[in-house]
Write a protein that binds this ligand. Structure first.
Ligand code: FES
Length: 201
C-alpha cells in the first residue's frame, strides 16, 4: 500500500489542515476571553481567544494558536467557525463529537485531538465571565482532577472509555494524561477498570 493510500482524513479535514481558519496572528489582539490548555513541553499547547458581543452574549470572533498535530489544527479550525455566532451557553456545550461531525469524520484514534480546542474554548468563556465581572457564571468543573500535569479529570477518563479507550495506552493517547510526570498512572488504571465495569460489565 502506498503512503497516500493510508491517508485516512476527509477532504474537509485536509482543507482545514492545509488552510486553517482564524489563526491568531496578531500579537495585539484585544480579546475578551482567553483560554490556554495543554503543555508546551509536550508540544500540544492550545490557545483560544474570543471576542464577545456583550449585549447578546454571542461570540463574534474566535481565534486560536497551537503546536498540536494535524487533527488538532483541523479540529480547532472548524471549531472556530462553528462557534462564531453562537451564544456563550451554546458554545460551552460544543464537544469533540460535534467538532468531528463538522469535519465529516476523524479517524477514531484522532477524535481525542479535538479535545484540546474545545477545552481551551471553555476556559476562554470562563475567563470572559471573570473579566466582565460575572464570576457567578463561571462553570466550575465538579470533576476531580486526576492528572495534574495535563489537567485531566475523572469525567474525561469516563468519556474516553465511552468513546472506545480500553487500555491504559489508549486512554493516554485520547486524553494526553500521564505524559509528563506519570504520577497519575496508578489512579488512571484503577479508574479505567472502574468505568469499564460500570459501562460494559
Ligand atoms: S500527574 Fe499526570 S502526568 Fe503528571
Amino acid at each position: 500500500m502506498g503512503a497516500h493510500e493510508s491517508w485516512a482524513y476527509t477532504d474537509i479535514v485536509k482543507d482545514h489542515f492545509m488552510n486553517p481558519r482564524n489563526i491568531l496572528k496578531d500579537d495585539d489582539y484585544q480579546e475578551d476571553g482567553l483560554g490556554k490548555v495543554g503543555n508546551i513541553q509536550c508540544g500540544d499547547e492550545m490557545l483560544v481567544v474570543i471576542k464577545v458581543d456583550k449585549d447578546t452574549n454571542t461570540i463574534t470572533d474566535c481565534k486560536w494558536k497551537t503546536y498540536g498535530c494535524a487533527s488538532a489544527i483541523a479540529s480547532t479550525s472548524v471549531m472556530s467557525e462553528l462557534v462564531t455566532g453562537m451564544t456563550l451557553d451554546e458554545a460551552f456545550e460544543v464537544g469533540p463529537k460535534q467538532i468531528a461531525g463538522a469535519l465529516g469524520q476523524l479517524p477514531d484514534n484522532k477524535i481525542h485531538c479535538s479535545v484540546l480546542g474545545d477545552k481551551a474554548l471553555r476556559a476562554a468563556i470562563n475567563n470572559y465571565y471573570e473579566r466582565s465581572g460575572q464570576s457567578d457564571k463561571v462553570v466550575k468543573e465538579e470533576a476531580r482532577i486526576i492528572c495534574k500535569c495535563m489537567n485531566v479529570t475523572d469525567h474525561e477518563i469516563e468519556e474516553s472509555v465511552l468513546e472506545g479507550a480500553r487500555t491504559f495506552l489508549e486512554l493516554q493517547e485520547m486524553t494526553k494524561m500521564s505524559t509528563v510526570c506519570g504520577q497519575c498512572k496508578d489512579e488512571a488504571q484503577t479508574l479505567l477498570k472502574v468505568y469499564m465495569k460500570k459501562h460494559f460489565g
